[in-house]
Design a protein around this ligand. Structure first.
Ligand SMILES: Cc1ncc(COP(=O)(O)O)c(C=O)c1O
Length: 434
């Protein structure tokens, strides 16, 4: 954190002390916090220099420059992976991976309902059938028992999402997948530097997918990567993301290996990633320290249930700090009203995902001509019943998220978040009546 931000945050602390016991800000009292949280992304002269170097080189495409290749090598080293293939974004990393393992029409792919829509869109893009496994609400991760129960002869892939940069239960998921010989594609789009039993997420399944979209803990505006230890998969993925051209074709080579698309990252994005990589470890450590401190304070507040990580998750990326809000601990105040009261105290949070498995666009896709030609009528008719996720429905009503930049602040910033939530909780009776 820059000294300037630190001083601003520290200066805000006395406000918290006096405002904490006063009237709620939404009811006319003084807010707990006036200062902004650290902004994102963090940039410096390193970004400027690396971007200018690419600009001046006139090599703006990865097929003739070396910024993307440098990033791939460094990211592979950081993750302990044999191969990293940079892609245009996280969605195309997932799309490329599913194509590299041959997922297509008639296949089922098991996905969580608590995720960004891209995890499911790539399944639909391949005319495969998304099958939703319910959520473990303590961890916000997909429930591995529900995955196991959903595996059928049609299952062509399991795509666990490492939600918010915590880890899905990979011991149980990989066991279930292995026993039925189904590949696992880890959606690690939110999980930069996070680990399962000391190994970086994305490196335990057949492939892992990352996103470097603007909100992510490693950011090039847009960007993504496929990570794998499987050389054959890497080569197929490489071809697919390069219009199906034969592996590593450059310039004038026009021989084709497979179908594909242009999903390449530009050299400018490669340059930004190389610059952002210089801070990723330190930022990740700060988030981890702050998240643990914040959790320790929040778990004492009635009605607030901070996210838990599985014992195997030896490091979380804390792309989001998530908690469950139980209105019963807040005199029955609905979550939206709680969020408004918190915002008035100077602490912004959001309510997170809504149930993806209930989205009308998925039902529409399954009722389309293409799906009806591919899948048995009975299978499509029973889809909604098979894909009910009651735990996830509950989670979507209770979830509260803080963005990762919030965790780049100081310890006193974390204290203000906890103090603001505690203040709203203490005065929830007044808030309910207002
Ligand atoms: C879990 C998850 N999967 C996939 C994606 C897609 O990544 P991108 O936005 O880079 O396409 C995201 C990004 O928001 C994500 O959070």
């Amino acid at each position: 954190m820059k000294r300037r931000d630190f001083v601003a945050a520290a200066a805000a602390a006395p406000v918290a002390a006096s405002a904490a016991n006063g009237k709620l800000a939404i009811l006319g009292g003084a807010p707990v916090r006036n200062a902004a949280f650290p902004s994102w992304p963090v940039i410096d002269k390193i970004e400027e220099d690396k971007l200018l170097a690419v600009l001046k080189s006139k090599k703006w495409n990865r097929l003739n420059g070396d910024a993307v290749a440098t990033f791939e090598k460094d990211y592979a080293n950081l993750l302990g992976a044999r191969h990293v293939l940079a892609t245009a974004n996280g969605t195309s990393a997932l799309f490329t991976s599913l194509n590299a393992i041959g997922v297509g029409p008639g296949d089922e792919v098991i996905v969580p309902p608590y995720t960004f829509v891209a995890t499911v869109n790539v399944v639909l893009l391949n005319y495969a059938l998304p099958v939703f496994a319910d959520t473990d609400i303590e961890t916000f991760q997909v429930d591995p028992r529900k995955i196991a129960a959903h595996i059928t002869d049609r299952t062509a892939a399991i795509v666990p999402v490492h939600m918010a940069g915590g880890a899905a239960d990979l011991d149980a998921i990989l066991d279930a997948a292995k026993s039925r010989n189904v590949p696992v594609i880890e959606d690690a789009c939110q999980a930069h530097l996070a680990e399962w039993r000391g190994r970086k997420l994305g490196t335990l399944g057949a492939a892992g997918c990352y996103s470097f979209q603007a909100s992510k803990n490693l950011n090039s505006g847009e960007g993504g990567a496929v990570v794998t230890n499987d050389t054959g998969l890497y080569e197929r993925a490489h071809s697919f993301h390069n219009n199906g051209r034969a592996f590593r074709t450059k310039g004038d080579g026009f021989s084709y290996y497979s179908g594909g698309a242009n999903l390449r990252l530009t050299e400018f994005q490669g340059a930004l990633l190389n610059a952002q990589m210089t801070r990723v470890e330190a930022q990740s450590k700060r988030r981890d320290e702050n998240a643990k401190y914040l959790s320790s304070m929040l778990e004492k507040i009635p009605g607030i249930k901070p996210v838990k990580n599985y014992e195997g998750c030896t490091r979380s990326a804390w792309h989001l700090f998530m908690l469950r809000y139980e209105a019963s601990g807040f005199a029955g105040v609905p979550r939206d009203k709680f969020l408004k009261a918190l915002s008035a105290e100077g602490i912004r949070a959001s309510s997170g995902y809504s149930p993806l498995n209930k989205e009308p666009f998925i039902k529409n896709a399954l009722e389309s001509k293409g799906y009806k030609r591919i899948y048995p009528e009975k299978l499509l008719r029973e889809w909604a019943e098979r894909n009910a996720c009651p735990k996830n429905d509950q989670l979507c009503e209770q979830g509260v998220w803080f963005t990762q930049n919030t965790l780049l602040g100081s310890r006193s910033d974390m204290e203000q978040i906890a103090e603001a939530i505690a203040k709203v909780q203490r005065q929830a009776g007044d808030l309910r009546k207002a």
